[in-house]
Design a binder for this molecule. Structure first.
Ligand SMILES: Nc1nc2c(c(=O)[nH]1)N[C@@H](CN(C=O)c1ccc(C(=O)N[C@@H](CCC(=O)O)C(=O)O)cc1)CN2
Length: 296
């Protein structure tokens, strides 16, 4: 293996520490404490773990955590009523509805009912539009985390060729917008891209967000490229469940210049950036200066 392994766990700890020190100053100097409300509908085991970790890390950062755990058969109308109540609550600066939602609920409707200023996931159509037009937005946490790590590793990204494999609203599309905003030349590739391997081999920065275990192999990586693996896939190996990314780490790390592992790469940055977004939303709500280096 020749690639530098980018330690997302350590990087995320640094982001959380910076958030915590800004939160402490906010409370001392202005008497303001950021509040994050997380809504979980149902009992999906992975979602339960993510929501628990969000609550713990919110409190560790000195913020207030409001958890709303609703039964899987909660009606769409009741969920919308809760979102509207959180919109109106001045102690709540950030609102996150954990995805996926049960099938009987219209996820787009729920997300678009969140006050865009409190939409710390950055999924509301207003924030999507603001990001796409280069205006001040709430930025989705996972792509924001990837951008922070890329900036820290490279300094300027200007002029680099970036390929994002995956076109989801949560990761692929906002990631491409952020890289474009940092003056990369960006291609969004996907499962129907012709000669995907050749497209990927053109990338100085290769972001894999396809949701297919170990699909990106070393022969698809340009020598020296930076590979960011957003995938979180649970697979059965030798009778055990293992977590793997969308990148085949063994072969890709032999070719890449730098690579994020799974676990311990992009994943921990998702919650760290959620805390950063909650702090940003709180500062904006109170007309206070935003924390530097924690936004796009
Ligand atoms: N409303 C949202 N729902 C979901 C989001 C989101 O950003 N907003 N993202 C994912 C889940 N997610 C946070 O919600 C999340 C995923 C992964 C991790 C993480 O730290 N992963 C670890 C491994 C953890 C494990 O063992 O499972 C890693 O990669 O090292 C944090 C948060 C879907 N839903």
């Amino acid at each position: 293996m020749s690639a530098v392994v980018i330690d997302g766990k350590a990087f995320a700890a640094g982001v959380r520490a910076r958030v915590a020190s800004h939160v402490a100053r906010l409370s001392e100097e202005h008497g303001v404490v950021p509040g994050l409300a997380v809504v979980l509908v149902g009992e999906d085991p992975a979602s339960q773990v993510y929501v628990r970790n969000k609550g713990v890390q919110t409190v560790e950062a000195g913020m207030i955590s409001f958890e709303h755990k609703l039964a899987a058969d909660t009606s769409e109308a009741d969920l919308l009523a809760l979102v509207r109540a959180l919109n109106a609550d001045p102690k709540v600066h950030g609102i996150l509805v954990q995805l996926p939602l049960p099938g009987h609920v219209n996820a787009d409707l729920v997300i678009n009912t969140i006050d865009p200023a409190k939409d710390v996931d950055g999924f509301h159509i207003s924030n999507v539009g603001l990001l796409g037009t280069g205006q001040k937005a709430m930025v989705p946490c996972t792509p924001l985390g990837c951008l922070m790590m890329l900036r820290a590793y490279h300094g300027s990204l200007a002029g680099m060729t970036a390929v994002v494999v995956g076109r989801s609203n949560i990761v692929g599309k906002p990631m491409a917008q952020l890289l474009l905003g940092d003056s990369c030349t960006v291609t969004i590739a996907h499962s129907r891209t012709r000669d995907l391997a050749a497209v990927c081999r053109g990338a100085d920065i290769l972001v894999a967000a396809v949701g297919r275990p170990e699909m990106i192999s070393g022969d698809m990586v340009k020598p020296g490229a930076t590979v960011i693996d957003v995938g979180i896939n649970r697979v059965e190996r030798d009778g055990k469940t293992r977590l793997v990314g969308d990148v085949d780490f063994a072969s890709a790390s032999a070719v890449a210049g730098a690579i994020t592992p799974v676990p311990g790469g992009v994943g921990p940055m998702t919650i760290a950036c959620l805390l950063a977004n909650t702090l940003t939303a709180c500062c904006r709500a109170h007309g206070l200066p935003e924390p530097e280096g924690l936004t796009a």
